[in-house]
Ligand binder design. Structure first.
Ligand SMILES: [Zn+2]
Length: 304
């Protein structure tokens, strides 16, 4: 995840109350359970491979792991490969694109970035600031939830076509102009079809998780924000807070600029952000489970 935008401001009594979740939620008992423990295993697995810095062996190993994992559950998995030029370096990057159902017809997009920041530039210890971050929360958490969602969607197919996209190169550069490479590339080259809307998951593993409403998301896709938060409220998932959070520079902004409504599920209140302390012990299966359960339920209420 990237830099903070406008400072937080307090809620204008979000219009969420009064939203009624879809009646089909009554059928939820028939839906498969999102397993936060399995998501936590997927988080730890990524961190164990090492920092997922483009241009490294661990990056390639992780790419292959993601293709293999999603390949178990999805109808199709493709790599969307591209190269960025940074100074005199050519850096190969790869978005991982997994589809469920006929995703050539305006699929719903779920996305996260899988790369990790090459340098811990927010670390309190200056000696650590050129060290890559472990990226347990900032990188692995969103991917872990999407891998577990893929398992769920394989058990009961979603009522709408779904495309899961794992973006590369989100956290690459020193400035935002040199970040978000995967989402920028995907927004220009949506595959297998242009998504009808997108839900981005970033930094969703914090053991002390509280996801506020992100203002850019609310502006770009108010109905999606209301639907997701109403689902959480209906399920009694308290990790989704109706307060307004800060505007965040993240992959959803690139999608929105390309005309794809997108929301960002992110808890930016995370002290280890962009430090070497962004490790699995700061994350929890409960937090991953809370986010994954809500997104799963929301997707199953679509269509019809
Ligand atoms: Zn980041």
């Amino acid at each position: 995840m990237a830099a903070r935008g406008i400072a937080a401001f307090l809620l204008p009594a979000l219009v969420l109350l009064g939203c009624v979740a879809d009646e089909r939620i009554a059928d939820a008992q028939a839906l498969p359970t999102f397993n936060g423990e399995l998501a936590m295993i997927a988080l730890r697995r990524q961190v164990a491979i090492g920092p997922r810095v483009p241009g490294t062996d661990a990056h390639i190993e992780t790419r292959d792991y993601l293709v293999e994992q999603l390949g178990v559950f999805a109808d199709d998995v493709q790599l969307q490969s591209f190269t960025i030029t940074d100074g005199d370096r050519e850096i190969p990057m790869h978005n991982v694109v997994a589809t469920f159902g006929n995703a050539t017809e305006s699929p719903v997009m779920l996305c996260a970035h899988w790369d990790t920041r090459p340098f811990a530039d927010r670390d309190p210890n200056p000696d650590n600031r050129s060290t890559p971050i472990p990226g347990a929360n900032d990188g692995a958490s969103g991917v872990a939830v999407l891998i577990e969602l893929a398992r769920v969607f394989d058990i009961v197919a979603p009522p709408v076509p779904v495309v899961i996209v794992l973006f590369d190169g989100e956290d690459w550069g020193k400035t935002t102009a040199n970040m978000f490479h995967g989402s920028r590339h995907y927004a220009r080259n949506p595959t297998p079809a242009r998504p009808q809307f997108a839900i981005l998951l970033d930094m969703v593993g914090d053991a002390d998780l509280s996801i506020p409403v992100e203002p850019t998301s609310l502006q770009a896709a108010p109905d999606i924000v209301r639907g997701v938060w109403a689902t959480a409220q209906d399920m009694g998932v308290t990790q989704f807070s109706p307060r307004m959070g800060p505007a965040i520079s993240d992959d959803h902004v690139l999608l929105i600029k390309a005309g794809i409504p997108a929301i960002d599920l992110i808890d930016f209140s995370y002290p280890p952000w962009h430090t070497v302390e962004d490790t699995p012990d700061k994350c929890s299966s409960e937090s991953l489970g809370a986010v994954g359960s809500v997104v799963a339920r929301y997707i199953y209420t679509l269509g019809g």
